[in-house]
Write a protein that binds this ligand. Structure first.
Ligand code: IVH
Length: 677
């Protein structure tokens, strides 16, 4: 007859073994009923004899431990993170670095998915789980062993061969997407706020004090690193196979790759498959397979040199809408902005997304505190793609668009056919007054480059200018000694003699700007650079535009109703007429330079260009000007109609991929310059 302690040890071992077979080998060697009966028996024995309870007892899975505050534990090996990459180019560079570091000796890569959860380090002593530690700051983390024990796929005891007496395993604790949805549905039913995303849910859960709650959340864990003091295998591949054999949950998605091309293939494959994958993954981790070569390559201060993370592009992330604010542009157009709970998206922290206009808010049916999905549209400005309506609280109110200007309090208006609301107080509303002048002096417009927004602000605040025409009547005495304030109002600085002279010189120089530039610089609503160019060419002089009828305006090439209406409104406005006459008196070009029109070249006739990236010789706008001047067209989207993509530095990777996929030739700045010369 075995003793109580022997019975407890035997039951613990038996139940753990069945668990291992069930979770790792998919083998049902015992019925659920038999398992539960044995578990109950063990529970009873432990209750009566708590001194014999084993640290790997399966009864620990159900939790019941309260951790008041988590003990801080030092990591035996630092828990570093990985360098991130977002493009193929970065990968090519990584590959080059590795090859150089290894003097071109042969090696292999292992690709794995990058699971989006909470990094964990599990320490096993004599085959039993001894400690589970969070990453923390990389050198020390929180001891969350009680909570980790509730995760069914984290083995409490290891089974198999060659198990070292001490080993450390690292991986990611995550909440499967389905479980995440179920938990949130329940919370909503109970009127509780839903959780933002599976990653936050997983890490929040693991820091809970009551391990029974942790147990109820059904978290899971994938392991991907084995660390042992003695060398027990030669490759990463072998080490994760060992982990699998010992009963760890290793995702079957890893693959050996013998070239960078195979790595890229793996990434492309998973970039699609990840959408149907039951676990959130935000990229691929690429590791050198041979452990001795990993050791040779070593680490930088922050990252291993033998591994890198490729982050999937335009990943969708979910976050909460905190509030909507409204920005007033120089034309009085109101742009609603979604202020979001900060979230990482494609490597940057996103706090805001543009909502464009009231139609967009209506399309999304946005409610207060909605959980929104955001994506990087056009690569830079994030946009809200849709709402997770499942997480909306029943009491949430629909967003009602602002009725008054947030800057000056004037009632907003919305013209028929216009998507935007406007503040009609164009002569007094500060951001409009200042914005129009800023636009007028900007590099693309009159290029009065010796002054900036701060000078404009100073001049407006001191009552020296109220509109663009006043710039041409400034005197040296107005400028010299003018006090300018920075954002920190205490630090004033005044304009010196030299700056004052420079300002006057560049204002004078601006008088030579051609008519189409002046027309653009006026800042007429909906009249951008291309439209100004078209109007100037069609009407030749400002006098002609001033008296043009609506029908005459829409007869101009590519000028539509909204633009025509805006142009008419602008010239009918008394204040604008006064400004125009002052500008004319100052000597600005109000007529197209005939010679210039005639010298336009037809070298780009019929060609459509898409411009992407940053250039050395020209600004994007200058490239655009050259295209238009040579009779080409500019488009923002790559399609089969695109003739060339002009690529600068940091060209958007999605644009590059698209151009390559459609077969649109990509040219650089030099090649473009040769084309127009
Ligand atoms: S290997 C030296 N493999 O990503 C670091 N990490 O940014 C070795 N992660 O802290 C980490 N999936 O939390 C590795 N298959 C995977 C991963 C993975 C997710 C996480 C992990 C790490 C972070 C690095």
């Amino acid at each position: 007859m075995p003793s109580v302690s022997e019975k407890i040890i035997q039951l613990t071992r038996e139940l753990n073994y069945h668990n291992y077979l069930y979770y790792q080998e998919n083998e049902n060697t015992i019925t659920d009923r038999e398992f539960d009966l044995k578990l109950k028996e063990l529970e009873l024995l432990e209750l009566e004899n708590p001194q014999f309870r084993q640290p790997d007892s399966p009864t620990l899975r159900v939790g019941g431990f309260i951790t008041k505050s988590f003990e801080t534990v030092k990591h035996q090996y630092p828990m570093l993170s990985l360098g991130n990459t977002y493009s193929q180019e970065d990968l090519v560079n990584f590959d080059k670095r590795v090859k150089k570091g290894l003097d071109n000796r042969p090696f292999e890569y292992i690709c794995e998915l990058k699971f989006d959860g909470l990094a964990i380090s599990l320490i096993y002593e004599n085959g039993k789980l001894a400690q589970a530690i969070t990453r923390g700051d990389g050198s020390k983390g929180d001891n969350i062993t009680n909570n980790a024990r509730t995760i069914k796929t984290i083995p409490l005891s290891l089974f198999g061969e060659k198990i070292p007496s001490k080993l450390e395993v690292r991986g990611e604790i995550y909440l499967p997407l389905k479980t995440f949805q179920e938990i949130n549905n329940l919370r909503i039913e109970k009127g509780e706020a839903p959780m933002a995303n599976p990653r936050n849910a997983a890490s929040g859960t693991m820091k809970m004090q009551n391990s029974s709650v942790v147990a109820s959340r059904n978290l899971d864990c994938y392991l991907y690193t084995l660390l042992t003091k003695e060398k027990i295998c030669d490759t990463h591949f072998d080490s994760i196979q060992l982990l699998e054999n010992w009963g760890f949950n290793v995702s079957k998605t890893y693959r050996k790759c013998t070239s960078l091309a195979e790595v890229i293939e793996y990434i492309a494959e998973w970039n699609i498959k990840r959408h149907g994958f039951p676990v959130d993954t935000d990229g691929v981790v690429i590791k050198v397979n041979e452990l001795s070569l990993q050791e040779e390559l070593g680490f930088t201060a922050k990252f291993p040199r033998w591994a890198i993370a490729y982050k999937f592009e335009s990943a969708t992330v979910e976050t909460r809408l905190e509030r909507i604010t409204y920005q007033v542009g120089r034309t009085g157009a109101i742009t609603p902005v979604a202020n979001l709970s900060p979230v990482l998206l494609g490597g940057t922290k996103v706090k805001r997304a543009s909502l464009h206009n009231a139609n967009e808010i209506a399309r999304l049916e946005l409610h207060e505190n909605d959980f929104v999905y955001i994506e990087k549209g056009g690569e830079i400005i994030p946009k809200i793609t849709s709402i997770n309506t499942g997480k909306r609280l029943p009491s949430a109110q629909k967003i009602i668009y602002a009725s008054d200007c947030p800057e000056c309090g004037t009632k907003l208006i919305r013209n028929e056919g216009d998507a935007n609301h406007y503040c009609p107080n164009d002569q007094k509303c500060a951001p409009q007054v200042m914005g129009r002048i800023d636009h007028f002096i900007s590099r693309n417009a009159m290029n009065i480059d010796s002054m900036g927004p701060k000078t404009i602000e100073g001049l407006v605040q001191n009552g020296l200018i109220a509109n663009i025409s006043d710039l041409y009547y400034l005197t040296y005495n107005d400028l010299n000694g003018l006090v300018l304030y920075s954002n920190d109002q205490s630090k004033g600085r005044s304009l010196k003699e030299k700056s004052s002279e420079n300002i006057l010189t560049s204002i004078e120089k601006s008088k030579t700007a051609p008519f189409q530039t002046v027309l653009f610089a006026l800042g007429i609503r909906h009249v951008g650079k291309t439209v100004a160019e078209k109007l100037a060419r069609h009407f030749v002089s400002l006098d002609n535009i001033k008296v043009a009828t609506y029908d005459e305006i829409i007869s101009a090439d590519e000028i539509g109703e909204v633009i025509a209406k805006s142009v008419i409104d602008y010239f009918q406005n008394d204040a604008n007429q006064l400004i125009l006459s002052q500008l004319q008196k100052a000597g600005l070009n109000f007529q197209l330079n005939q010679k210039e029109t005639n010298t336009r070249s037809a070298s780009l006739l019929g060609m459509i260009f898409v411009i992407s990236g940053v250039f050395n010789k020209f600004s994007r706008e200058e490239i655009q000007d050259h295209i238009i001047q040579n009779n080409g067209k500019v488009s923002s989207n790559i399609s089969s109609k695109t003739t060339y993509v002009i690529a600068g530095e940091n060209m958007g990777p999605s644009k590059k991929e698209k151009a390559e996929a459609i077969g649109v030739p990509i040219i650089n700045e030099e090649e473009f310059i040769n084309m127009i010369n």
